[in-house]
Design a protein around this ligand. Structure first.
Ligand SMILES: Cc1cc2nc3c(=O)[nH]c(=O)nc-3n(C[C@H](O)[C@H](O)[C@H](O)COP(=O)(O)O)c2cc1C
Length: 184
């Protein structure tokens, strides 16, 4: 199984990066292959809300309104067997770069219904919060809504914060390993 791990923190040595590393290790220990994508290394702008609110994304299932790194990453996500999305919790939600990517992918895929190119694709969703962890659950709720809209299979959800770091990194490793073996 080939897994795309998409992480969205500007910090290369923070909690989000540690979660992404744990996910990569989990996939590899199941014999799968994984690649890590840092959204902050890419240019992925926000949705342009073209035309009356629905642009090319509804009929063509691709974003024609903003030409940037979205289109290529969208295709890589479609090609992968499974996804891991790791975001820091910002304002009780996904970070802006993860929002941009998932918002635009949702517009392209949601109108396909069960023909969505993400239909049934297992996704492990991770929200990496700060000290108190307030807003971690609303962040995961929004990720769950996204998975529902694109008809992906929410394989698991993990909330992690500073004081739960050690055991939750183990959880992420185990979840990624189990996902890479799924449904075997
Ligand atoms: C703009 C901003 C908003 C944040 N909002 C929240 C929040 O709502 N809840 C929370 O627990 N932590 C919040 N944090 C803290 C980050 O989620 C936390 O530091 C996280 O571990 C960052 O991941 P990183 O170490 O990969 O950068 C916020 C941080 C920033 C920069």
């Amino acid at each position: 199984m080939h897994v795309l791990v998409i992480e969205s923190s500007p910090n290369t040595d923070g909690l989000t990066a540690a979660c992404a590393r744990a996910a990569l290790e989990g996939v590899q220990s199941a014999g799968g292959t994984a690649e890590d994508v840092r959204l902050k290394d890419l240019e992925i702008g926000s949705c342009n809300q073209c035309a009356d609110g629905w642009g090319d994304c509804r009929p063509n299932h691709e974003c024609g309104g903003v030409q940037d790194d979205f289109q290529a990453l969208h295709q890589r996500a479609i090609a992968a067997d499974a996804l891991v999305l790791v975001t820091p919790v910002y304002w009780g939600d996904m970070s802006e770069s993860m929002k941009n990517f998932t918002d635009r992918m949702r517009r392209c895929e949601a109108s396909l219904g069960e023909e969505s190119r993400l239909f049934g694709k297992p996704v492990l969703m991770v929200a990496a919060a700060g000290g108190g962890g307030g807003g971690m659950i609303s962040c995961l709720t929004n990720m769950e809504r996204w998975a529902h809209h694109v008809r992906a299979l929410p394989f698991d959800f993990v909330g992690i914060k500073r004081i739960t770091r050690a055991h939750k990194l183990e959880t992420i490793r185990a979840a990624a390993e189990a996902m890479a073996r799924y449904p075997g």
